[in-house]
Design a protein around this ligand. Sequence first.
Ligand code: FAD
Length: 579
Amino acid sequence: MSGYLNDVVRLYLRELVDWESYFGWRKGPEADIEADRNAMGDILETAAQICSELEQETRAGWEQEAKLEDGHVVYPPHITKAYDKLREAGLISFGVQEKYDGFELPSLVANVILQMVSRADAGLMTMVGLQAGVADDIQEYASEDLKRQYLPRFASGEVMGAMDLTEAEAGSDLGGIVTRASEKDGRFFIDGSKIFITNGGCEVHLVLARDDDSFEESKGTTRGLSLYIVPRTLPDGSRNGVHIPRLEQKLGIHGSPTATVDFERAEGFRIGVKGEGFKAMLSLMNNARLGVAAQGIGIGEAALSSALEYARQRIQFGAPIAEQPLMKDKLARMTLELEGSRALLYRACSLMDRNRAIRSALARSEGGQGELSEAERVELEEERQRNDTRVRLLTPLAKYMGTEAADSITRNAIQIYGGLGFMAESEVGKLHSDAIITTIYEGTSEIQVSFALKEIGKGALSVVFESLRQELEAFESPELKTFADKVLRGMSLILDASSALLADFSYALMSAQSLAEVVSSVIAGAELLKQAKADPNRFDLAASWINRRMVDLEGRCQRIKEGSADRLARCDKIIALIE
Ligand SMILES: Cc1cc2nc3c(=O)[nH]c(=O)nc-3n(C[C@H](O)[C@H](O)[C@H](O)COP(=O)(O)OP(=O)(O)OC[C@H]3O[C@@H](n4cnc5c(N)ncnc54)[C@H](O)[C@@H]3O)c2cc1C
């Protein structure tokens, strides 16, 4: 099971998360924190064991695509077998609450499992990740009746789900959705066609559709969209109007079926508020974005471990290539990319968990009941609001960083293998093919950095930086303090540059990627220092991240500050040279 459950994960289980508060808020005074912490450890051990055992077979079956037979999706045998193994261990739909027969695992633990599944097979991960995401959305927005109908079946793995948003004219811009939902006698019917739907052959579709009564006036916007559960089989056992005319052939994640799904007067069951489906879908998408970041990190881990093993045994010029200074630097950079994006993801997940737990405590204490005093309630409510702002910024950054790291680490892994890396059977070549999609689905990297910019425009930076400042100023050991001060200086440079930038919207959009890079650098820097404080073995990692990224940050901030929207006109002139 080497590497699947690594030391840094154990660090988060042991001391980097305040589990006492988490379980205390979530479960109340009866919470048995030690038992819950041990249970999480056991679940992760089991997941690591299963995933490491799957690896050999999933690698061997990598080329096998899902097939369409008589309108039904047939998964490659190794995917079915692997999914069944995870299902038998209860490792599907991990967020489902205990009252609906689930484990209700914290997002951090769920995403570590997704990372392990992805390390074994990135295609398999899409299916496991989707079950958790679809079930979470049903849990948050559906009526009690629908929850009872579906959630236990998700928790047992009896049904699978899909998230149906994309259409031919609605990709990054979901305002283009024209799938129509019409109401007749209190029932809803869906007509339209969705493309690129992962796991499209499944039983339960969560479909974003435009309401018939406001169709024309809302067209082109994300208003007037509602979210529907559309099952392939209706509750009376009859077939619904859900058809799969086509499966795609892809560059990677072959085991994950990607389907066109046609809805022909298919009956749907609305979840959430009419016209607010986009908002409901955003919460699924935000969870899914963290899941895809975990997918990227899993792929990155697989590629890095393979490249390192190869570099240590490949002899050139009389020594292992891992000993060549350039190679050493490359391997260290790959590790930094992996660990920096992991730090960002785990911080985002921990914050999200903290807020979910706070919400439970606040809900229990409504109307003066429960264990919280009024003053504690007010304080927790304020923290919840601050954390929401932090999560909204950290989520797109974590998705951007984790997936771009996967792309870059796998590409560098090919380089480390030299010519062998370019052969059709190259393992790291396959991992690179899998990594690319992570930067595209669940919102492309460009969309993630634009979302991050939007949150910064709404004032997120001051909230995020205020808590970072408190953390960084609290480091006492001189070694850690030196690096904490460097991050603090980086934060000042960002604030200085971003105020100039936010004055001009098109220039801000043009610089969104640079801004995402620098903001991620300081947040991950603080998290890596926190890790180093808990485990001194991680000090050099944190120090190197901060040294390298702060130099990059300085250059980027200077460039942002000195520029203006005139650069767009220059882009036009440069591009014109190719036309
Ligand atoms: C394998 C696979 C599985 C998928 N699974 C699902 C699924 O389960 N459910 C689902 O609903 N969809 C799914 N998708 C669809 C996926 O989410 C979309 O492909 C993705 O959101 C991008 O949309 P698009 O392909 O239409 O690209 P476009 O939106 O046309 O974008 C093309 C390029 O333009 C850039 N771009 C677009 N707008 C902007 C902007 N405002 N600023 C800067 N750059 C911009 C993009 O970043 C991208 O580089 C899947 C796709 C694939 C390939």
